[in-house]
Design a protein around this ligand. Sequence first.
Ligand code: NOJ
Length: 554
Amino acid sequence: MSTHHAPWWRDAVIYQVYIRSFADGNGDGVGDIAGIRSRLPYLKWLGVDAVWINPWYRSPMADHGYDVADFREIDPLFGTVAEAEQLIEEAHQHGIRVIPDIVPNHTSDRHAWFQAALAAGPGSPERERYVFRPGRGPDGAEPPNDWVSAFGGPAWTRLPDGEWYLHLFAPEQPDLNWQHPQVRAEFESILRFWFARGVDGFRIDVAHGLIKHPELPDLPPRRADDGRREHVDHPHWDRDEVHDIYRAWRRVADEFPGDRSFVAEAWADTPERLAAYVRRDGLHTAFNFDFLMSSWDAKDLRSVIDDSLAMLGAVGAPATWVLSNHDVVRHPSRYGRKVVRRWTVNEPYRPEGPLDLELGTRRARAAALLMLALPGGAYVYQGEELGLPEVEDLPEQVLQDPVWERSGHTDRGRDGCRVPIPWSGRSAPYGFSPDGARGEPWLPQPEAWAELSMEKQKRDERSMLALYRAALRLRHEHPALGDGDLEWLDAPAGVLVFRREPGFVCAVNLSTEPYPLPEHTSVLLGSGPLEDGVLAPDQAVWLATDAFTPVPAA
Ligand code: NOJ
């Protein structure tokens, strides 16, 4: 364990389990709780501190679980509440904490509240828990405003009774009205339900979206000058009033023993706006999407790192670092493009131009060492430790992400980063499902993944898996890593070098020239072979500058 005495969430490495695609215990081709339980020994071996599990609640799966019909039930596809309790207990026995997802911005259209709202009709108190409005135009045939769904098309759907309801995502995901006291009370009760069952925290879905401008005005004109400031004073994103909700949630978490914590999925325009979520009486941490959206460029990365540390440090919150998740193109495929441009929440990254996966993988290895050496916590998306690329050639007929349909087949959506994990063997399902499974994996796995399976990489000390495991081990052992500060050292353009005390230096070469290593007593870990004491382009290294003897790997 780390020698720090700070709460665990200040520097935890949290492994993201996209439950549908992690491990299938019952052989139906879809991952489940039984599968996660069977892989806990692997996660312990890998060395992660916690798992974040994408939504497992009862759901019609219009958005793979982000459309929740009952927050106090587990979907039968994934298991039962009793199995979830077993998982939490077993994970704790393995020293791994468990953080489920909570989805407060919207429910499923099959949720009892929405069904009641439909049945009760216009003007009813049942409709007040959601956002229902009459339409515009003489016969109300136009939506109440011009808001758009994040999945494409208008954010409003009209009912046969003439009223419209708001959904910032799919029509099957009606937005809740967070001005309503019952909505607030219900979610506090759901948090308590799961905290009482032992969960260590929650990842909060669309944490920046809950509060809407009371008058629901049209969107402001797009600011052409600065794509990064789209959310400032926006009618439904990142409104200041949202923080009251999280102050109340913090009080709920604090009712329970043992450092329960929240991580916000908040897409804020600037580090200052993000820091507002993690004040001492608010949430504990927030994903740092600026890091994930950065280009592969030393200046860009350094400014993201500096701004994040400064803004979060000013409110006493730790930074978190993330390279991939279930919503974005996997980073070996992002970094394997000739031009790796910075992208924004308004203009998500879509692969362009030919892929050089070898280059992308080399950079992904370097990025892992950068991320895991930075002060704060980090997220590892399942399969990232295997170096899985985005699956860019899924046949159209298998695509399931609602984005594909809602965009009128112009955007293939997020299925390419959600393909089931290859665990072992030479052919699909690569140990994802048990032998003799009755179902095929819910998305097809590429043939090339035989080379990337966990078992195969376990036997190869140069594999991505070996790199992640060694890095996670060192992170636990080395007193300089985890929570704390960093100090930049002088380095040529395109090279990032920073020191952390005691006695640790990380160097990342994003330039096209070899970089002679700075002074050190030993090399702790390199993302690639180091020849003649130089760091090749697109490589990173961890160095000791004091005596440090890592415990040999078990
Ligand atoms: C963000 C989640 O990460 C994404 O997968 C989901 O589609 C939306 N929120 C809507 O809940």
